[in-house]
Design a protein around this ligand. Structure first.
Ligand code: CA
Length: 474
């Protein structure tokens, strides 16, 4: 650069001239005498700058001039400007001729390029991030931008050729990001970063994210943990009632016995992040019953094999629309025993005769629904096996009666819903109901089997009870 400025200064201040041949009037007696604006034979100049060369002829007479760059004639004037557009070394020759001879000078010109200068982003050589993050790398060229070509690579694989490169970190791990750039003058620059990608925070999807599990006895429960992120160094621990049963990503257990259980899952990864979940497990008795519906009255017709009390000369029993449809019995039609206008004490008996239904012989339970509202009755039924035996249900609304008393039944019988009453064949000394042809319902019975009071009222003696769904259960 120093040489270059010196050269230009000389070029601007010197006086240069070659005398045109046509004005030549007399022969020169000596070869040309020349002064040069630059006396050094070597110089260094920057590429693409215009360089002025000059020669001043000090001798008398006509002289021809010729400038050559690498042996190519580029000018025939004493002064010329030349642009070196490529880096390299050049030979610049000047020659002045007249009839007496010639004089000249040779320069060796070194044309230098402009070094590539880049400001890189990120600044440091290590980039810490988490997986799946986008890291933006930039090469902002601040000098020597002519003909710059960029090349980015990740672990040796070419990844981009623009000035900016976005690296989408695919997974946890370590990566080497390399930049290589060069410009027209073959100046090069390279840079390397180490990208250290951590995992995402621990995240686990459970096969069952609920807090409670209900299943029947004998059910195998399988739970699994699908580690979505942060699984490096993970340790699983499944516990059943506090006892570890699995250290893999899943656990299975067959619950043989009804009851309440607790399952817990704990996970911890290599960074110490944790994940926990607990399940309250309710194991119920296996429902293996097979039911055989005998009568549900849904055709709206009063069956001919039912008989009982008359009131006012007409049967007290009939099939009617269900006045109390509830979740327990949402059906359309039911059987009613209506002796509301009767003025005498009665148990309101109704016979169901000639009972015939498939499966009865295998059944051990006779089940019937009854709606008795607030009536202070007890649902006696006469079962015609081994004679005529008057029985209360063995199970009311799913609760088995083990200690029979008026208070127990009163406590179990619902006043605002249908009751599910179950009578066991065993209660009349039978293994099953194969021998059953007749039952007699006595819905208005008092404790001990006696009849309800004579005068009806709306609180505990309406003398109306509804029935539905007579079925046998294996
Ligand atoms: Ca019904």
């Amino acid at each position: 650069m120093k040489d270059y400025r010196y050269l230009l200064a000389l070029a601007a201040s010197a006086l240069f001239a070659c005398t045109p041949k046509e004005v030549e009037t007399e022969l020169p007696e000596v070869q040309p005498q020349v002064e040069y604006s630059v006396t050094e034979n070597t110089m260094s100049v920057p590429v693409d700058a215009g360089i002025e060369f000059g020669a001043r002829i000090t001798s008398e007479g006509p002289v021809s001039c010729e400038w050559k760059v690498n042996d190519n004639v580029v000018a025939t004037t004493p002064t010329f400007v030349y642009v070196f557009d490529h880096v390299g070394q050049y030979k610049v020759d000047f020659r002045a001729f007249n009839k007496a001879g010639s004089a000249g000078k040779t320069y060796t010109v070194t044309v230098v390029g402009i070094p590539l200068e880049i400001t890189f982003t990120p600044e440091g050589s290590t980039v810490n991030c988490v997986m799946l993050e986008d890291i933006v790398f930039k090469a902002d060229v601040t000098a020597g931008s002519k003909g710059v070509e960029h090349k980015w690579s990740v672990d040796g694989e070419e990844a981009g050729t623009d000035a900016a490169f976005t690296f989408h970190v695919p997974a946890a791990g370590e990566y080497t990001v390399t930049y290589y750039g060069h410009n027209f003058d073959e100046f090069e620059l390279s840079r390397t970063w180490t990208v250290i990608a951590d995992e995402l925070p621990l995240d686990i999807a459970l096969s069952n994210p609920d807090a409670t599990i209900t299943c029947a006895e004998g059910t195998e429960i399988t739970l699994s943990a699908n580690v979505l992120n942060g699984g490096r160094g993970i340790v699983h621990s499944w516990k059943l009632d506090g006892v570890e049963v699995s250290t893999s990503a899943s656990m299975s257990h067959t619950f043989e016995t009804p009851g309440e259980y607790g399952i817990s899952y704990d996970a911890r990864n290599g960074k110490g992040e944790t994940f926990s979940h607990t399940w309250a497990v309710t194991v119920t008795e296996l429902n293996t019953e097979i039911t055989h519906m005998y009568m549900n009255f849904e055709d709206g017709v009063t069956p001919s094999n039912i008989s009982g009390n008359n009131v006012g000369g007409a049967p007290a029993w009939s099939v009617v629309p269900n006045p109390y449809p509830t979740a327990t019995n949402p059906s359309s039609y039911v059987l009613v025993d209506n002796m509301h206008t009767a003025t005498w004490g009665t148990s309101g008996y109704m016979d169901v005769k000639n009972i015939s239904v498939d499966g009865k012989a295998n059944s051990t339970i006779l089940r019937i629904k009854a709606y008795q509202g607030a009536n202070a009755y007890f649902p006696y039924m006469d079962i015609f096996i081994n004679g005529q035996q008057r029985k209360l249900p063995n199970k009311v609304n799913g609760v088995e009666i083990t200690d029979s008393s008026a208070a127990v039944y009163t406590g179990l019988l619902k006043t605002d819903d249908w009751n599910i009453l179950e009578y066991y064949a065993s209660s009349v000394g039978a293994e099953n109901f194969s021998g059953l042809n007749q039952i007699q319902l006595r819905p208005f019975s008092l404790w001990g089997g006696g009849s309800s009071g004579a005068t009806p009222n709306e609180t505990d003696n309406t003398k109306v009870v509804w029935f539905d769904d007579i079925e046998f259960v294996e």
